[in-house]
Design a binder for this molecule. Structure first.
Ligand SMILES: [Zn+2]
Length: 270
C-alpha cells in the first residue's frame, strides 16, 4: 500500500477512468461493425471510432456535448434520448463507472505506478471483451490478441508472474479450450466453445500465469451457471444450445483473480 494518496488525486484518477469508460462504450458499440463482425445501419458511409459523431441509434439525433459527459449526461437525460425518448441502455453508465473503478482500484493499491497502469489496461480490455461478447457473441481478435500481447509485455518486466509462466499459460489456455471446443463440436455437431474463448483464455493466462488458469476456468464456470440461473428466473429459455456467451464469465473470473492478486490474496501462487 503506497503512502496516503490525496483525495483530489483519487478523484482525478476516477474521473479519468470515467472518461476512458465512456470511450470503451464507443468501442463496445462500434467495434464489432468496424471489425466486420456485424453490419452497420448505413454500410456505405464512413464508420470509425470517431465518425460519425455520437448520435442516438434510434432517431440519428446528434448528442449534445453536455450529454456526452460520463454519468452526468445519463442523469440529465433520465436514461432517455432527448429527441425521441428511446431508452439509453444501462450499459452506458455501467461501463463508465466500471472504467472509473478500474482506474481507481489499482491506483489505490499501487499508487501512481506502471503496475497500476497495466492493471487498468487489463480491466479496459476485459470489460470491452465481456460486453462485446454479451451483445454479439463474438470475441474479436482486435481485442483478444492485444490482451495476449500486453500480458506478455507486462510480464516481460515482470509485473505479475515470470515471463515463462505467462508463455506457458497462453499456450495452455489456448490449447485446452481449443481441444474442448473440438471435442464438443464432434460430439454435438455445433460450436460450444469458440476460438475467441480460447484466445481470451490465452490472454488471461498471459497476464495471470498458468497456475491461475484452473481457477479462472472454475470461477468462470460458476459465474456462467449463475448467469443461466438468473436468466431462467427471468423466464428466459436458456440452455447449452442457446449458446450463452462465455466471455463475460471469463472476464469476471479473471478480474476477480487480478484484484485478489493485487491485494496479496493470490492463494494460487502460494
Ligand atoms: Zn433518439
Amino acid at each position: 500500500m503506497p503512502e496516503i494518496l490525496s483525495i483530489s488525486a483519487c478523484l482525478l484518477v476516477f474521473l479519468l477512468g470515467l472518461i476512458i469508460g465512456s470511450f470503451l462504450n464507443v468501442v463496445i458499440h462500434r467495434g464489432p461493425a468496424i471489425w466486420g463482425l456485424v453490419k452497420t445501419a448505413a454500410p456505405d458511409k464512413p464508420y470509425s471510432l470517431a465518425h460519425p459523431r455520437s448520435h442516438c441509434p434510434a432517431c440519428q439525433q446528434q448528442i449534445k456535448v453536455i450529454h456526452l459527459i460520463p454519468i452526468v449526461g445519463f442523469i440529465l437525460l433520465r436514461g432517455r434520448c432527448s429527441a425521441c425518448g428511446q431508452h439509453i441502455p444501462w450499459r452506458y453508465p455501467v461501463v463508465e463507472v466500471l472504467g472509473g473503478a478500474s482506474a481507481l482500484v489499482p491506483y489505490f493499491i499501487y499508487g501512481p505506478s506502471l503496475t497500476a497502469l497495466a492493471i487498468f489496461c487489463f480491466f479496459c480490455l476485459v470489460i470491452s471483451l465481456a460486453f462485446i461478447d454479451q451483445q454479439t457473441s463474438f470475441l474479436p481478435d482486435a481485442l483478444t490478441l492485444p490482451l495476449i500481447i500486453t500480458g506478455m509485455g507486462a510480464n516481460a518486466v515482470p509485473l505479475f508472474v515470470p515471463l515463462q509462466d505467462a508463455l506457458i499459460a497462453a499456450a495452455a489456455g489456448f490449447i485446452s479450450f481449443w481441444l474442448i471446443g473440438e471435442v464438443f463440436y464432434r460430439l454435438r455437431g455445433y460450436d460450444g466453445l469458440g476460438l475467441g474463448d480460447a484466445k481470451m483464455l490465452a490472454g488471461l493466462g498471459a497476464w495471470l500465469g498458468w497456475i491461475a488458469l484452473p481457477f479462472i476456468v472454475l470461477l468462470a464456470s460458476l459465474t456462467g451457471l449463475i448467469f443461466i440461473a438468473l436468466s431462467k428466473l427471468r423466464g428466459q429459455d436458456v440452455g447449452l444450445e442457446t449458446g450463452l456467451p462465455f466471455g463475460p464469465s471469463l472476464a469476471i473470473a479473471a478480474a476477480t483473480l487480478m484484484i485478489l492478486q493485487a491485494t496479496g490474496l493470490d492463494f494460487w501462487n502460494i
